[in-house]
Design a protein around this ligand. Structure first.
Ligand code: PBG
Length: 328
């Protein structure tokens, strides 16, 4: 008695396996996040994110060259300003750290896409993503007073030459505010990639050390989404589309593949998924302990994110993955 169906026939050798592979991770789909800091000649490994660096603008341009040579299409920029204040004014300063970085990158490498994260938390002394107001005993993050500031940051980033603006603050109405701000400043052609379904996740832990953006008090649960809510995520995405988002993002990636899949089925716009700092750091830590094979785990996670429906993956592995594709 032989089995009638033998799926293993097509698994016999690497050639057959490659022929029938349904999902491929190509370098054209990966965006590398980078952290830019003041100074010159700075390239300092980030303790919480092994193999990722704090880069001064000159070093950032060096890194941009390497990424472009490897065929990575773009970078997502985060800035650590010289000084923080209560408003977060470094975020829209025309000489602010990210604006300097965008100008330098676009001058040196016009073809490399520069995406700017649009948020206040790296720039505010309190570390929240919006304007704070004391309300009796509690401090609240005020939604509507934050919106004009976000629009102002977007215009500063567009003026510097950003190809794509990515608001990550999770205030209500921010995509509309950013779109209006850009349009009023004649940046009608600058697209918005909205962090539409961004969850209040423990997986941002290493990033907050990297970007020095942890809230001084309280947490982000009043504006980021409850990890338990899938329907609400779809509603957030619909709202952002209605407000004028050109692309949508799900963040984090691996713990939210169900959201990504549902979004893929429901929306026609390009979808991005952000494999966040904690997703990356846990793989590197386990690999260092000898418990996981770093590269195999990297490819498996990237493939899963693509399989679930992401067009674009924002990942700290972009550089490493592209280098491996280069060699293979
Ligand atoms: C800013 C922002 C955060 C991340 C991206 N943009 C941090 C946060 O919301 O606390 C996290 C990215 C990562 O963990 O890799 N709001």
């Amino acid at each position: 008695m032989f089995p009638t169906h033998r799926p293993r026939r097509l698994r016999q050798n690497p050639g057959l396996r490659a022929l029938v592979r349904e999902t491929r991770v190509e370098r054209a789909t990966m965006i590398q996040p980078l952290f830019v800091v003041p100074g010159r000649g700075v390239r300092k490994e980030i303790a919480s994110l092994p193999e990722q660096f704090h880069l001064s603008v000159d070093q950032l341009v060096e890194e941009g060259h390497k990424l472009a040579d490897l065929g990575v299409p773009g970078v997502l920029l985060f800035g650590l300003p010289e000084r923080k204040d209560a408003e977060g004014s470094g975020a829209w300063d025309e000489h602010g750290i990210v604006q300097q970085a965008v100008r330098a990158l676009k001058r040196a490498l016009p073809q490399l896409l520069v995406i700017t994260d649009l948020c206040l938390c790296e720039y505010t002394s309190h570390g929240h993503c919006g304007v704070l107001r004391q309300n009796g005993d509690t401090v609240e993050v005020v939604n509507d007073a934050t919106l004009p500031l976000l629009a102002r940051i977007a215009v500063a980033q567009a003026e510097a030459g950003a190809d794509l603006i990515a608001p990550s603050d999770m205030m209500d109405g921010r995509v509309a505010a950013v779109r209006r701000g850009l349009d009023d400043a004649a940046f009608t052609g600058t697209p918005i990639l909205s962090y539409a379904a961004k969850f209040a996740s423990a997986f941002y832990g290493p990033f907050r050390e990297a970007a020095d953006s942890a809230p001084q008090a309280g947490d982000r649960c009043g504006y980021q989404m409850d990890p338990a809510n899938a329907r609400e995520a779809l509603r957030e995405m619909q709202l952002d589309l209605d407000e004028g988002a050109d692309m949508l993002m799900v963040k984090p990636a691996l713990p939210y593949l169900d959201i990504l899949r549902q979004a893929r089925e429901r929306f026609e716009v390009p979808l991005a998924a952000y494999q966040v700092s904690g997703e990356y750091a846990q793989i590197l830590a386990a690999a260092r302990a000898g418990w996981l094979d770093r590269d195999r785990t990297m490819w498996e996670t990237l493939t899963s994110i693509r399989r679930a429906g992401a067009d674009v993956i924002i990942t700290y592995f972009a550089h490493a993955a592209a280098r491996q594709l280069d060699k293979s």
